[in-house]
Design a protein around this ligand. Structure first.
Ligand code: AMP
Length: 389
């Protein structure tokens, strides 16, 4: 999810910028002012309660605000994220927002403060008052609204500075310039949200070809440690030679080597939206290593996908592959195939069991056609992107 709050005095341009941003980033718009005006127009109990306060330019009670925000969020469970306009406006509301985000298992990513001096606010609101039909866009009430803003709203910026979500934008620029700056800030934030998926499955389950295709579709970097090691073998590097003899004995490559390869890959990846790990981690030790490497980059595993295929089918597929040009050094004999399957069972299956305790593990039936499995994988990736914190 991507959650943004637009902050700033009345007349800063929050509404105008919101219109553009919700389209650009496909966010759900929550403007407490708009909701209250609608309640008012419909003469609901809540609207009538708020009417005189709005007319005087005061702030509606936090109790009313929490109700309308909660209701709106609850009625829109399947969104990419929220754009809040005019909320939070008090310290209490800042805490409310934090609590609501925790409840949704997400967080506020950015509080973007559009800064304009007071005389400019007044000028803009008076101009808007000529056409807006809003009962609070007149000189007397504007004064009150700005006083409320200075007394109760402005001080809450510290709350967001402490949480490092506060960013300011110069609201005196043109509408387009302000939009461009906000888009820049938001894209920068989005780039920090990497999606990390680990694909598990026995050799022959299709995890390689499927993982690669999925990575391409979603602009994710495919990290296949096996292929990276093969590359070394192909180039006949000293590391490659070492790896080759280990492979031929059906043994795993030492962790130090693989760590170096993964680190290099992550550091050299620039524009990918995340990573798909295939064939790593294979042991409990490697699962801790991967957590550590990702943590170093401010990231973590989002989802584990296990592709399930019957043993007989695996043997059939691997045997078939061994007779093609795609044959791997490790599937050149039945003995080696069996050894690899055994390695997976004894070393990698416990990793999946461990992950089940801390991560979401999704099992996909790999006996279906490539297209069908690909489609199911796509659905999983889509939902993970949506839930990206
Ligand atoms: P706005 O459209 O955001 O300028 O809001 C118009 C009026 O609605 C404000 O002057 C307040 O009276 C009321 N209001 C809107 N949002 C809030 C909020 N988060 N907390 C308290 N009052 C609000």
């Amino acid at each position: 999810m991507l959650n943004i709050a637009l902050f700033g005095p009345p007349g800063a341009g929050k509404g105008t910028q919101s219109e553009y941003l919700i389209k650009k980033f496909k966010l759900f718009y929550i403007s407490t002012g708009d909701i209250l005006r609608k309640e008012l127009a419909n003469e609901t109990k809540l609207g009538l309660e708020a009417k005189s306060i709005i007319a005087e330019g005061g702030l509606v009670s936090d109790e009313i605000i929490v109700q309308i925000i909660e209701k709106t969020i609850k009625n829109n469970p399947d969104v990419n994220g929220f754009l809040f306009d005019g909320f939070p406006r008090t310290f209490v509301q800042a805490y409310i927002l934090e609590g609501l985000m925790i409840k949704l298992n997400t967080k506020l990513d950015l509080l973007i403060s559009i800064e304009v001096p007071e005389n400019e606010s007044v000028k803009r609101l008076l101009k808007r008052g000529k056409t807006s039909g809003r009962l609070d866009d007149n000189e007397e009430v504007i004064k009150n609204r700005l006083k409320e803003y200075n007394d109760k709203t402005l001080p809450i910026l510290n709350f967001f500075k402490e949480r490092k979500t506060y960013v300011s934008v110069n609201g005196m620029q043109s509408v387009e310039q302000v939009s461009t700056h906000i888009v820049q800030i938001t894209n920068n934030e989005l780039s920090k949200k990497l999606l990390n998926i680990v694909i598990f499955g026995y050799p022959g389950s299709g995890r390689g070809s499927l993982g690669k295709a999925i990575a391409e579709k979603y602009n994710l970097e495919f990290v296949a440690t096996g292929a990276m090691l093969d590359e070394e073998i192909k180039k006949n590097t000293s590391l490659g030679k070492e790896v080759k003899s280990l492979y031929e004995n059906g043994q795993l490559v030492p962790d130090e080597i693989v760590i170096r390869l993964i680190e290099k890959k992550i550091e050299s990846t620039k524009n990918a939206k995340g990573f798909i790990f295939k064939g790593y981690p294979r042991t409990l030790v490697q699962s801790y290593i991967l957590d550590g490497i990702l943590k170093k980059h401010g990231s973590s595993i989002n989802k584990i996908i296990e592709i399930n295929v019957d043993t007989l089918e695996l043997i059939k597929r691997l045997d078939k592959r061994s007779k093609t040009e795609h044959a791997m050094p490790y599937d050149s004999s039945t003995e080696r195939i069996v050894k690899r399957l055994q390695e997976h069972k004894t070393k990698t299956i416990p990793v999946i069991e461990k992950y089940k305790e801390i991560h979401e593990v999704v099992v996909i039936d790999g006996m279906n056609s490539f297209e069908r499995v690909f489609e199911e994988l796509s659905m999983e990736i889509n939902s993970s992107f949506k839930n990206l914190k």
